[in-house]
Design a protein around this ligand. Structure first.
Ligand SMILES: Cc1cc2nc3c(=O)[nH]c(=O)nc-3n(C[C@H](O)[C@H](O)[C@H](O)COP(=O)(O)OP(=O)(O)OC[C@H]3O[C@@H](n4cnc5c(N)ncnc54)[C@H](O)[C@@H]3O)c2cc1C
Length: 500
């Protein structure tokens, strides 16, 4: 049996491990954290549970497929509950916009804000479907490491004006500023400013409309746990608390990895699921990295950083939706501060997660569990978080106390936070970026880090920094690409037999 190593256990790593196992490979997963899941790790403090990262499940079929590889049904292990609304937007003037439910529900909400944008929204969805049919259905699972694949897609990408930004696309269809903001924030979920992110990501509107938005009961952590058990049932071996410090190479082949402990683990194929910026900076011999990859590594623009504040409350806020986007006063200007000027502004926009809206098991009875996320500059900005964190925390608590969470200061319990510094130290994300490199047109498809490493026949990449990109649907799709590439490579180059 041929052997494989998967370094990192984010959703891309887990999905790759399962897919390689379904091909008949021996699979060993190595993860530096104590638990699996990567950014989807779970914290539990004073009875309040928190998913650390992803909470919004789109494209549920991608998770189902992982169980189906082994003749199992995801529904038998973890329930996905559809949310209504999908998100609530709260604007600085106190107005709100509930997005989700049926098309009619969304149209009624749009009508309340700007009647003439109802038609525009339907045109936006029609455009989004075209993007989905190409960007997701045709390209997301396709390897893009060869320039000829990109060349073939250029007419499609040009026809859909994927050089245009998500913001430009949304403005073509919607006129009201509140709706423009609500329907353009999606790139922030994959690490980009709506003003710079390629409009290919406008496909998210159709993805949400066609398949809905779900919450995994028990949390995303419960989904990770069920995937862990599936891996164990299938004989995948898992090693946690172990960091890979070097990828061992000989000419153009990878023989395995060295851990920080000094242990060496060998395998026929290695799949790397951490940040490609870390892989190409720290783990591979610099002389063997091709020039073009070095250019990509040295000139890529990073996604933003994230400040995440976790807390409980010793009362409930029953009127607060499961997912709320709390919009600040500034939109483009704030995003320019974060992405271009790289300064930590005094103001912010927030994503507020209240899992207890759907699943009371996240907090003691009568309490709520929350996390609040603010996009901030990545560590390239040189922010000293030991100074800035307490100040930002106080500003956020104050703003929520005065608006959607009255008396929060009095009811707040067990607060703690993650800053970009934690993303750098916990996940080895370069500059603590929340989503590896940004989803720009010039960093997508062939221009993104390839799923097959240049220069090494048996090294593959899965996860947010690779094609197709960040977000759970993106990274799980990247594992499909890896499965295909490893299969092709193993047919061309049966390494174990060669060694024998
Ligand atoms: C706060 C937050 C909220 C989000 N919300 C959503 C959401 O609602 N919906 C959605 O779809 N997406 C969301 N995302 C994005 C999504 O979580 C990520 O894009 C995705 O989970 C990343 O998966 P990945 O496969 O790239 O691996 P990661 O989760 O990045 O995991 C990689 C793993 O590799 C390990 N590793 C790295 N280097 C080494 C090494 N040298 N040795 C050993 N181990 C190593 C790291 O410790 C880490 O555990 C969110 C992200 C964050 C941070």
């Amino acid at each position: 049996m041929q052997s494989s190593l998967v370094v990192g256990s984010g959703f891309g790593g887990i999905a790759s491990a399962l897919r390689l196992r379904s091909l008949g490979f021996e699979v060993h997963v190595i993860e530096r954290q104590d638990d699996l899941g990567g950014r989807a790790q779970v914290f539990e403090v004073d009875g309040y549970r928190h998913d650390a990262g992803p909470t919004v499940i789109t494209a549920p079929f991608l998770f189902d497929e992982l169980f189906e590889l082994f003749g199992e049904r995801r529904q038998d292990h973890v329930e996905f509950r559809e949310l209504t609304p999908w998100y609530r937007f709260i604007f600085p003037d106190g107005d709100h916009f509930d997005y989700g439910g049926t098309l009619e529900d969304t149209l009624a909400e749009i009508h309340r804000i700007e009647p003439k944008d109802q038609q525009g929204y339907q045109s936006l969805i029609a455009h989004s479907k075209e993007l989905f049919d190409i960007g997701f259905a045709k390209l997301a699972h396709q390897p893009f490491h060869e320039i000829k694949t990109m060349a073939k897609q250029i007419p499609n990408l040009a026809k859909l004006r994927s050089d245009r930004s998500v913001w430009d696309m949304v403005c073509k269809y919607l006129s009201h500023d509140k709706l423009r903001q609500a329907f353009s924030i999606q790139p922030l979920l994959v690490g980009g400013s709506p003003f710079d992110t390629t409009s290919i990501y406008g496909l998210i509107h159709y993805l949400e409309r066609a398949y809905g938005i779900y919450f995994a009961m028990g949390g995303t952590g419960a989904l990770v746990e069920q995937l862990r058990q599936l891996m164990l049932r299938q004989g995948i071996t898992i090693q946690t608390g172990a960091t890979v410090s070097e990828i061992l190479t000989s000419q153009n082949k990878v023989s395995g990895v060295r851990l920080e402990s000094g242990d060496v683990i060998t395998a026929d194929y290695t799949v790397f699921n951490g940040d490609p910026m870390h892989l190409y900076r720290e783990l591979l011999p610099q002389n063997d990295i091709p020039f073009a990859t070095k250019i990509k590594r040295d000139f890529s623009k990073l996604s933003m950083g994230l400040y995440v504040l976790f807390f409980g409350t010793n009362r409930q806020y029953p009127d607060v939706a499961h997912h709320t986007i709390w919009m600040g006063q500034r939109y483009k200007d704030l995003l320019d501060d974060i992405f271009h000027r790289q300064t930590l502004a005094d103001d912010f926009s927030l994503y507020v997660h209240r899992p207890t809206a759907t699943d009371p098991s996240f907090a003691p009875s009568g309490h709520d569990s929350f996390y609040v996320l603010a996009p901030v500059p990545h560590q390239g900005a040189g922010i000293d978080w030991t100074i800035e964190e307490p100040k930002l925390r106080a500003r956020i608590i104050d703003a929520l106390d005065k608006t959607m969470l009255p008396d929060l200061k009095e009811h707040l319990r067990a607060p703690f936070s993650m800053t970009p510094e934690n993303f750098a130290t916990d996940y080895l994300s370069y500059q603590g970026a929340g989503f590896s490199i940004a989803p720009l047109f010039t960093q997508s498809a062939w221009f993104r880090f390839h799923n097959k490493a240049e220069g090494f026949e048996n090294l593959f990449l899965t996860g947010a920094g690779t094609h197709p990109g960040a977000g759970m649907p993106g990274v799980i799709s990247s594992a499909k690409v890896v499965e295909r590439l490893v299969k092709e490579a193993s047919e061309k180059l049966p390494l174990s037999k060669e060694k024998a």
